[in-house]
Ligand binder design. Structure first.
Ligand SMILES: [Zn+2]
Length: 164
């Protein structure tokens, strides 16, 4: 079991956070953004950043090379479509993609948009952790959360309105 602190400060204990989310036991901020047969897209439950999308497999696997052919195809199409939605709906110019296999959760990819405020923490991979912590500690105002929920709705509408 692992204890996780949510963006709103609450703490939950789960076996696998990704399973809990894709099965609906834990509701991420704003709910499901989009889902297919094999993948589930949602806002990160721990870090309030507008347009940050977590793309989790529905199956409890850890590594990319455990995906079936069908899951592989679904995965790349989901990444593509979400990235496109981030650009077209939210005007996001650059995104960092991150996934690690030594996680206590299962296979999920972070799609972290870059905003101007992040550059004070540097660039590239070493800036990611400080950016996430800063977001959690300093950018979790009511106003900011409203913006995030609005962005989730826009992404959801866009993704559900088109299948390209
Ligand atoms: Zn799992």
């Amino acid at each position: 079991m692992k204890s996780i602190t949510l963006a709103d400060g609450r703490s939950i204990t789960v076996e696998c956070l990704s399973c809990a989310i894709v099965e609906g036991a834990v509701k991420p901020n704003g709910g499901t953004i989009y889902e297919t047969e094999h993948f589930h897209a949602h806002q990160d439950v721990a870090y309030p950043i507008t347009g940050l999308v977590i793309l989790a497999s529905k199956r409890h696997v850890k590594c990319l090379d455990e995906l079936t052919k069908e899951e592989q195809n679904d995965y790349i199409q989901m990444l593509y479509r979400i990235r496109k939605a981030q650009r077209e709906v939210l005007g996001i110019e650059q995104v960092y993609y991150f996934y690690n296999e030594d996680t206590t959760h299962h296979f999920h990819t972070w799609m972290v948009p870059r905003y101007d405020w992040m550059y004070e923490f540097g660039r590239s991979v070493e800036s990611v952790r400080p950016v996430l912590l800063h977001a959690r500690q300093k950018r979790n105002s009511k106003n900011e959360i409203e913006k995030i929920l609005g962005a989730i709705n826009e992404l959801r509408e866009f993704l559900n309105a088109t299948d390209e």
